[in-house]
Design a protein around this ligand. Structure first.
Ligand code: F6R
Length: 248
């Protein structure tokens, strides 16, 4: 696992966008793993610019999102389907909706929906690159502390910390869904390459823990220590170590 301090959030986001762009540019059949959340907003803004400037044709690219809230329709403004349309897919008309995979949070049979999602991931994957944010409690996707490292796509209960953190996007805390469908930790670990992006002072503690901890299900992101190709990209604010700040 490598840690790279890009100094500020603009540089960090540009780096992640450029790495995604290079994968799409090198392979028109690429499969990529996507995340949502505040951290990714500038990544997608930069990626849209790169895609347009270089006239990429994305019709054969497959995308897999990490998660979706249970109970939110794809058109709900806070659903991750809406987020992805607004931040990425609406910016280029060569994305093919048949190749865009986001868990279905309103499926009548959620267990079947999870199995189907994992099957699609196995059929088109492994993804060439997976981008991740990190929760203040160490979650990746919505794999909360205690999640099994063997987990695949499934329904998860959101922790209080996640509900609190995400309540800024809803009218109040009560409106935040209590469950989500999340790609599992074993599903995420199949990616060929993983870039985790952490920005801002609110991520400093968890990045410190992540870099120094043992591999434990209490800190889901710690599994990344066992993956052969992981970069942790941070800005100064998310950096705990003076050495990394100076040398970043
Ligand atoms: C989102 C996701 C989550 C977020 C994490 C950080 O698809 O899977 O793990 O990456 O909660 O969220 P932000 O970026 O809003 O701090």
């Amino acid at each position: 696992m490598k840690i790279i301090n890009m100094k500020n959030s603009a540089m960090a986001s540009q780096y992640v966008a450029t790495e995604l762009f290079k994968v799409l540019d090198n392979n028109s059949d690429a499969a990529i793993g996507l995340a949502t959340g505040n951290t990714m907003l500038d990544v997608y803004r930069n990626l849209n610019i790169l895609i347009t400037a270089n006239k990429l044709n994305l019709k054969n690219v497959k995308t897999f999102n990490l998660d979706e809230y249970v109970g939110l329709h794809a058109d709900h403004p806070q659903s991750y389907h809406s987020y992805m349309r607004q931040q990425l897919f609406d910016y280029n008309d060569t994305w093919d909706s048949n190749h865009i995979f986001i868990p279905n949070g309103i499926s009548k049979d959620v267990e079947v929906a999870c199995r189907n999602y994992e099957d699609k991931l196995n059929t088109f994957g492994p993804v060439d690159i997976q981008i991740l944010g990190i929760g203040e409690n160490g979650h990746i996707g919505f794999n909360e502390p205690g999640s099994s490292f063997d987990s695949t796509t499934r329904v998860v209960d959101l922790s209080d910390s996640t509900i609190n953190a995400n309540s800024i996007h809803f009218d109040n805390k009560e409106s935040v869904p209590k469950q989500a469908i999340s790609m599992g930790i074993a599903s995420i670990m199949k990616a060929q390459r993983i870039i985790l992006l952490a920005l801002g002072a609110s991520k400093q503690d968890i990045i410190q823990q992540l870099l120094t901890c043992d591999v434990t299900e209490d800190l889901p992101a710690s599994i990344l220590h066992t993956h052969p190709n992981v970069e942790i990209i941070v800005d100064d604010a998310a950096c705990f170590s003076e050495a990394i700040k100076i040398n970043g």
